[in-house]
Design a protein around this ligand. Structure first.
Ligand SMILES: C[S@@+](CC[C@H](N)C(=O)[O-])C[C@H]1O[C@@H](n2cnc3c(N)ncnc32)[C@H](O)[C@@H]1O
Length: 271
């Protein structure tokens, strides 16, 4: 603005930030890429979060930006040591232990997250444990790896292209934690297991060789445990048990007594 007395600001001089070209490229890999997806599931007002199979703790530290108390568990002692060193004041509580058996109290977390760790564990048992540790109304976000089958080839090829495009301008960060390859379950198998253990779960397949589950624990538990159905006896019959064996038998329409002679086995267990 000639003659106005104003001098045009020079952004390179004014800003305390180094010029863009001097910044190191952001670290990126196929797990880090999905941190934003995981964080987008965190409901407002969450107080306590858990990262399962935290590795060096990058996701737990991201979670700590939005959740006041974050616990990160991993069974590998050296990796937990590196996570503690990398914490840099983020304030995550790191724990060494097996998630499946560690003594967290039931319903003690508002949000549970996990990236690239489920295939290291017995998945049904791990999802059951997550369900147990989540408070009613809490959310679960899992990003995982599964084994491809020939019919997954088009998605895998799309992944190669996406990898090349998304890596541009970033620096690839190797995962410095125990890994398992190939994952024991296929995409279809892990999807079935999740549907069994987490009724109503949202499953998605992603480009970079990952799937995700997101699930909110119902505020009131379902009448029957997930994955089980209670067979209804046909009209005019009543269910009864002898030991753990389930029978159904006709009932007398007048006195409502069970006719044991015509009783038939329905199955095992008091479902
Ligand atoms: C592939 S690494 C992923 C690490 C990290 N989440 C990431 O995104 O980079 C899987 C991690 O799960 C941990 N892990 C495997 N089984 C576990 C279990 N039962 N309890 C706790 N951590 C487990 C391993 O030690 C390993 O650090």
């Amino acid at each position: 603005m000639a003659g106005s007395g104003y001098v045009r600001a020079d952004p390179a001089r004014c800003s305390s930030r180094p010029p863009r070209s001097a910044l190191p490229p952001p670290l990126w890999n196929h797990n880090i890429h999905y941190h934003s997806l995981v964080l987008s599931t965190v409901p407002d007002g969450c107080q306590r979060g858990l990262d399962v199979g935290c590795g060096e703790g990058a996701l737990a530290r991201d979670l700590r930006q939005v959740v006041p108390h974050v616990v990160a568990i991993d069974c590998d002692e050296p990796v937990v040591g590196r996570a503690r060193q990398a914490d840099g004041g983020a304030g995550v509580e790191y724990v060494t232990g097996d998630f499946l058996t560690y003594g967290f109290p039931p319903a003690s977390f508002d949000v549970i997250v996990s990236v690239a760790a489920l295939h290291h564990m017995q998945p049904a048992a791990a999802l059951r444990r997550m369900r147990q540790l989540l408070r009613p109304g809490g959310t679960l976000a899992v990003v995982g790896l599964a084994r491809s089958r020939p019919r997954d080839l088009p998605a895998d090829v799309a992944g190669v292209i996406a990898h090349r495009v998304l890596l541009r301008g970033k620096s690839y960060q190797q995962v410095n934690a125990p890994t398992i390859w190939p994952p024991p379950q296929t995409y279809a198998q892990i999807r079935d297991i999740a549907a069994q253990e987490l009724p109503g779960v949202r499953y998605r397949r992603h480009l970079l060789w990952r799937y995700s589950f997101t699930w909110t624990k119902p505020a009131t538990p379902p009448a029957t445990p997930p994955g089980r159905t209670t067979p209804t006896p046909s009209p005019g019959r009543r269910r009864h048990f002898i030991g753990n064996v389930r029978f159904s038998a006709p009932i007398c329409p007048n006195c409502a007594h069970i006719n044991h002679e015509k009783s038939r086995v329905e199955g095992n267990g008091r479902r």
